[in-house]
Design a protein around this ligand. Sequence first.
Ligand SMILES: Cc1cc2nc3c(=O)[nH]c(=O)nc-3n(C[C@H](O)[C@H](O)[C@H](O)COP(=O)(O)O)c2cc1C
Length: 181
Amino acid sequence: MAKILIIFGSGEGQTAKVAETIGKRIRARGHDADVFNGKSIPRGFDIEQYAAIIVAASVRKQKYQRYIVNFAKKYRARLDSVPSAFVSVSMAAARSSDPKSGILKVWLDQFITKTGWNPAHFASFAGALMYRKYNFFIRLMMKKISQKSGLPTDTSRNHEFTDWDAVGHFADEFADTLANS
Ligand SMILES: Cc1cc2nc3c(=O)[nH]c(=O)nc-3n(C[C@H](O)[C@H](O)[C@H](O)COP(=O)(O)O)c2cc1C
């Protein structure tokens, strides 16, 4: 049994949900998993106790959360020395099926340049349009962007695009890699 860290960055909570789902699946495979918000890492946090690490972040205005970039930068050596993965959550992923091309690749390359960490595993999942959680201005901005991209513009409700089966599959595969390593 390995102890696994899942650290996430999230605005309206979709990446938090993805991280919790991965944590649950990994625990169901017999491992121990800590899921932490990168904004509020508990006191006494010790990266050395984790045998594997998953870093998850959402794309906000073309960038991943700065505190997640800082985390990956700070712990790059550990991320390189244990099985690790980077999980990206964005609306672009709702339109692009290939995480290693197009804009998703651009954001990944920027993340690698900023952090110095080139994750061996990269997974990309579509997020959600949380119109009911946005303030007036963000709602308007997200509606305009959605209009241009052919995404839902009904702001009277939220729209979730995350493929939970794919999230579960990713978590199972990651857990199985640990079992076999
Ligand atoms: C202010 C804001 C900016 C966003 N910018 C982007 C973006 O540049 N590209 C993209 O693909 N998705 C973008 N999104 C969509 C988010 O990635 C998506 O809503 C995701 O589910 C957010 O996850 P979170 O709640 O964990 O932050 C943006 C969302 C918000 C609210």
